[in-house]
Design a protein around this ligand. Sequence first.
Ligand SMILES: *[C@@H]1O[C@H](CO)[C@@H](O)[C@H](O)[C@H]1NC(C)=O
Ligand SMILES: *[C@@H]1O[C@H](CO)[C@@H](O)[C@H](O)[C@H]1NC(C)=O
Ligand SMILES: *[C@@H]1O[C@H](CO)[C@@H](O)[C@H](O)[C@H]1NC(C)=O
Ligand SMILES: *[C@@H]1O[C@H](CO)[C@@H](O)[C@H](O)[C@H]1NC(C)=O
Ligand SMILES: *[C@@H]1O[C@H](CO)[C@@H](O)[C@H](O)[C@H]1NC(C)=O
Length: 766
Amino acid sequence: MKIMAFRLLQVVLLLLFSYTHAAVDEQNQQSKQTYIIHMDKSNMPLSFNDHFQWYAASLNSVSDSAKMLYTYNNIIHGFSTRLTAEEVESLEKQPGILSILPEVRYELHTTRTPEFLGLEKPEVLFPTHEEAGEVIVGVLDTGVWPEIKSFDDTGMGPVPRGWKGACMEGKNFNSSSCNSKLIGARYFSEAYEAQLGPIVETVESKSPRDDDGHGTHTSTTAAGSAVEGANLFGYAPGTARGMATHARVATYKVCWLGGCFSSDIAAAIEKAIDDGVHVISMSIGGGTPDYDKDIVSIGAFKAMTQGILISCSAGNGGPITYSLTNVAPWITTVGAGTLDRDFPVNVPLGNGKHYTGVSLYNGKPLTDPLLPLVYAGNASNVTYGHLCLSDTLVPKKVAGKIVVCDRGSNSRVEKGRVVKKAGGAGMILANTDSFGEELVADAHLLPTAAVGQKTGDAIKSYILSDPNPTATIGQGDTKLNVLPSPVVAAFSSRGPNPLTPGILKPDLIAPGVNILAGWTGAAGPTGLDGDTRRVSFNIVSGTSMSCPHVSGLAAFLKAAHPEWSPAAIRSALMTTAYPKYMNGETILDVATGKPSTPFDYGAGHVDPVAALDPGLVYNTTVDDYLGFLCALNYTSSRIKIATNMRFTCDSSKNYNIGDFNYPSFAVPLETASGRGGGVGETSTVKYTRTLTNVGTPETYTVSVSSPDVKILVEPKSLTFSELYEKKSYTVTFTANSMPSGSNSFAHLVWSGEKHQVGSPIAFSWT
Ligand SMILES: *[C@@H]1O[C@H](CO)[C@@H](O)[C@H](O)[C@H]1NC(C)=O
Ligand SMILES: *[C@@H]1O[C@H](CO)[C@@H](O)[C@H](O)[C@H]1NC(C)=O
Ligand SMILES: *[C@@H]1O[C@H](CO)[C@@H](O)[C@H](O)[C@H]1NC(C)=O
Ligand SMILES: *[C@@H]1O[C@H](CO)[C@@H](O)[C@H](O)[C@H]1NC(C)=O
Ligand SMILES: *[C@@H]1O[C@H](CO)[C@@H](O)[C@H](O)[C@H]1NC(C)=O
């Protein structure tokens, strides 16, 4: 999910365009909608020879015109098709139908990173290039621009044995577009075209080619080759490389200019599993329906059973609480933090004061010492003029001036275009409450400084107090070693977990602000229609950017430890993540300027070098995940839909989410009801966990810090003498009643002679 909201504009434009385009179709089909039909394969009537025949017969019995868009034979059994509401009703009555899921539209969640993560110094533990080359990262996104240097395969060995993928040809893409780095490329457009009409090849390529930039950025972040001398207009110069520089990339294009559709995504996840990827990276999200309703969750479950780790973006809904997406416990959910790199620009005002903002503007600088300054809210003929929405500024009032626009609603780069179109000379983009001091840099079309809320407020009060306010905007620059870093990005989606409060999400944070990575040759760095600039690298922000960091790092761990399960890899990344800076202070939240909490950063900020050697891991089996669904009271039928596995919960067993072997703890506590608020009442909850030794023989002792809740761990010490030895412990939480909506946080650490295995604990009173 990229926060460059320019995509929104594109989506709107394209939807308008495509709707007229599809209008004729629409009339013929009386408001048909796409559905994914999940069939119970094991209940096929004996009269059929194969499943496809059965699916076709079921479909034909309700509609003689409906065609199958895809058949599925892995993450689910069934097919997708377009049906009217009446047809759905009759199909539901057919035997063997498990579920009928309506199509959902998902959205994208829009190089100094390796150094920041400590990956620049090769260590003994690092996987060799050969080992790393055995790992394949599948990226579901907008495709790739294969010609950029990040996909150079110099020095890459032969494609791993067992790879069954393909390089699909199409518009501007042929088999020679793939190589030993980009080993696979497919596209999935059946559902997209069924919904919006045939792809217009003059606007976007019906092929794996990326016309947007997002997919090129995410896939090169995960596993791009090292490229020396990378930069955007001279900003962020250095060597750009993916997290798993020597791993292979396979791209699965599921997102088009008009969005990403669930039937296409389901087909892509199936193919990625069949092709033999080891990690799936998905910077895509959409709502948080239940585990048996979200096709990403259903597909991820299947991938997990095949030993594939799925890493997804947490969403850009922050700093609002409960804004997370992709929260299934078999998905690794990644939030975003900043790097220690900034792009400062000076903003001198006419009153002699100097402020600082950020910018990636590369064009002609402002030459006048000071220009008239105006607040957009005073230069527009609409009530929300301060947001600089399309065609809302009055040219007479902004011509030749620097215009202050508030952040929010439309994209940041779009605001710049609006100011430029109205004749403005420059823009000061001011954060409002929800973004705090978060500075996101963009390659604006006119001289721009993005400023934090405090600076924005100061500039606005100067405008109000001075009859002739003036300002200018200096030249941008790249600054390194910015402190404090990381801080949690304001846009990064926050907990508590909206679906299952007993599982802490996000799992961890990784760099997602102002990230330099590869870009498409089909769009400028702002992605705006009028942006004719072309770049090989672009700097963008979003949990879309943090997700592929973790996907690449998971590939890096997989190369070092091919035998580790996805849960073991995630555990290693989480228990070694850091929630505090070197000086012992908790990582800050840029939205508030205050210390953040596990609802913002999960286990903390990823530390890949430590993750290579975590000492102990919290492992989970497929049965553990099934037990988790039993703890949620899922029926066998819902389990079948969510997992495509036949499983009946054991009615004699006491399934408990608190015993699910997750590397973090979320403890929902009930507030005593009734008058008096139950002050003084206590509740006690007990959780169980099991650790597996993946390090040297060691004795670990536990320590817990908790200000508000009594925590008892038994036993207090665990001795591991063999590799893969398992030991369990229990944690008993005894809490006083607190007002509904209160939270409290703690940290539990097992310390050995060489290793520290940390887990966050989040209490929430409901
Ligand atoms: C297709 O392949 C040929 C070589 O066979 C190559 O010259 C050409 O550039 C390729 N086209 C694209 C769009 O990749
Ligand atoms: C400009 O807008 C602000 C806030 O919207 C308002 O308080 C102020 O009076 C306006 N100034 C002028 C000159 O219209
Ligand atoms: C507002 O201003 C814009 C730009 O000058 C103009 O196109 C539009 O017609 C105006 N709308 C109203 C309601 O005055
Ligand atoms: C974790 O569990 C999986 C599934 O049972 C198993 O294959 C794996 O060996 C276990 N240990 C590690 C370290 O992954
Ligand atoms: C599951 O059902 C049991 C028994 O009815 C109930 O106590 C428990 O709260 C339910 N759990 C969830 C997560 O709904």
